[in-house]
Design a protein around this ligand. Sequence first.
Ligand SMILES: [Zn+2]
Length: 427
Amino acid sequence: MDRSEQALFQLLEKGTSGVMVVKEAQLQLEAAGFEELRFQQIWGLKEKGKYYVRHHDTTLFAFTIGEQLSFRDTIRIGAAHTDFPCLRLKPNPDLTAGGYAQVNVEVYGGAILNTWLDRPLSISGRVALASEDVMHPCMRDISVERTLGVIPNLAIHMDPQINKGKELNKQTDLLPILGFAKEEKEHLFLEFLAEELCVKPDEILDYELWVYCREKPQYAGINEELILSPRLDNLTSVQALLTGIIESERREGINVVALFDHEEVGSRTKQGAGSVFLKNLLERILESVGRTPAQTAASLYDAFFLSVDVAHGMHPNQMGKMDLTNKPILSKGLCIKEASSQSYATDCEAVAAIEQICKKEGIPYQKFVNRSDIAGGGTLGAVASSFLPVKMVDVGVPLLAMHSAVETMGVGDMKALTDLIRAFYLI
Ligand SMILES: [Zn+2]
């Protein structure tokens, strides 16, 4: 197994919610000697320093400072998202129907709903508990490492038309079954959650809990040339950025990794790429290393931003869905994504710079553009660029079945992406 795939498999298994993705990122950064900072403190940054700062438990920024700082030092930013389409638990979650115990959920992001049926499911996220200090509830992370539930399909015998396509109702058709209702346990899930956290149920005040798919990442194909896993969108990008910043020690300039939440619901939140966070962070770093406000403003305009998120590979059963001349194939390299609508950051000078890195380092790459009659998706890059008008490119590995509970990628593309990020932070 390639080293970049090994790191990816570990993150795919452990990163069961945005909270857990940030926790795993933190572990990797600490093991590499990064020091935690808090936004609420004054920073004393040093040359050759490696730092990270978390925000709201689902967002993380990491940065390194070169050993030789000067006014002309360049800033390299790589950004990805920590969230993924799934189901989210509502407050007062316990439900019973026909003797079954269930939980009430809503859909988060643009999930392919049918793919969540008949899957092993569990719960991950964070819980706010009662505390003495009312303004600071006790926050606890949780990722249940066993299968807690399932959303079963209806048998074809009861719905003979099912193979003609079935629209699922987001409220009533997606309620996971957790077992059987028990009279002595009126709130089966909340009581289970309290037991897991070793607290009383009435100490649980609120939570952000996500239903995650427990399928494991695995190789597939006669020659094991494919990888199947939940959450490839966008943990491939998160891991490539972490490896890149950890392994690339640039002598000059500042390298930054920004991991945002809420990309799947539009990014325009305080944890999303649409907040002023990244710009504030960069200004704070530059001021902390002694730049004047005028030098800070000048440096910001010299920054280069890589928005890292997955692309669509060509599906052999649906070849008509691809563009006529740009048809990325899995395992043939990372994708540079372009769109005239600017739903992907599209800046030809910046694209050419990334192509030159790929050519110099022998990294395979392909270009992705949507078919002209298909709108396609967007990325956080376009949103972030309105706050940080710098050179920007969208890159990522090609997938099949993006936003399915289990997505497919090609072996080798993770190495290509990781090699690019490493070179981006080094050159
Ligand atoms: Zn994505």
